[in-house]
Design a protein around this ligand. Structure first.
Ligand code: NAD
Length: 247
């Protein structure tokens, strides 16, 4: 049996430039539920309704009810875990150049990573779809106690968090930065993503095409397991606890 942790550490330690790529799984141990996998949100919430732009336009209260009852407390109360911290430490060591994340929770920045590319935006800013006025998280939390969906104070428009819903395009700047990071790295490190959400999952494919090694740390199978040079089926914190002392 090869020692997968030692093999991952060998690739990471020898890298010139590592691009890290994270998904909901890295934040699971911070208490934020994933979409897929055991305990994933989609066991309780309909994926065709929640976070889908067409449905959101039709019935925004579905999303805002979820925000009020589930999302807000989980996100506000969450703290980075040892996996977020390990990626920040790898940046300090000069190994990780960028963290490309699908997450919207801001936990990489809270852990100290400074080069974070947010492919799907950040949930703490809420914007009016009509006049683009912006609102803070706490303000809207108060509003949804009495108003579902919450409406723009300036124009009465529908409010939406500044995150990318299914059916929406990714921010161009983030795509350009992630393309640069993926094509310029020699190791691409995936942590906690099922790698089934596109276009985000193109980045590991791009890195492989440019001859980077692919290391995947994820509980359960991913859509790109067959491309991995090292595949660790383990919780992110457990994996980093084994890998970091070897670097
Ligand atoms: P996903 O839910 O599709 O996959 C998460 C994967 O992580 C699953 O395969 C799961 O088995 C695995 N996992 C669970 N716990 C883990 C752990 N402790 N360590 C390692 N792996 C673990 O998530 P995704 O690939 O990021 O894609 C779905 C979308 O989910 C993204 O667009 C993202 O914006 C959104 N999302 C974000 C958050 C967040 O910001 N924290 C939370 C839920 C969903």
């Amino acid at each position: 049996m090869p020692d997968l942790f030692a093999e991952a550490a060998r690739l990471l330690a020898g890298a010139r430039r590592i691009a890290a790529f994270t998904g909901a799984g890295i934040s699971a141990e911070s208490g934020i539920p994933t979409y897929r996998g055991e305990g994933g949100l989609w066991m309780d919430y309909d994926p065709d309704k929640y976070a889908n732009i067409d449905y959101f336009r039709e019935d925004p209260s579905y999303y805002w009810r979820f925000f009020r009852d589930v999302r807000y407390d989980k996100l506000v109360g969450s703290r980075p875990n040892r996996a977020h911290e390990a990626l920040a430490e790898l940046e300090t060591k000069g190994l990780v150049s960028d963290v490309i994340t699908q997450n919207i929770d801001g936990l990489h920045q809270a852990a100290g990573s400074t080069r974070v590319i947010e492919l799907h935006g950040n949930t703490r800013v809420i914007q009016c779809l009509k006049c683009s006025a912006e609102y803070g998280y706490e303000e809207i939390r108060k509003l949804v106690e009495t108003e579902l969906p919450p409406l723009c104070r300036a124009c009465g428009g529908i409010l939406k968090p500044k995150v990318v819903f299914f059916g929406e395009a990714l921010p161009e700047e983030a795509i350009a930065a992630a393309t640069e990071a993926s094509s310029g790295c020699d190791v691409f490190l995936v942590v906690g993503s099922s790698l089934v959400v596109y276009p985000a999952a193109w980045f590991p494919i791009l890195a492989k095409k440019r001859h980077a090694s692919l290391v995947i740390i994820n509980v359960g199978e991913t859509g790109l397991d067959e491309l991995a040079d090292v595949r660790i089926d383990e919780k992110a914190t457990v994996a980093f606890d084994r890998i970091m002392p070897l670097l």
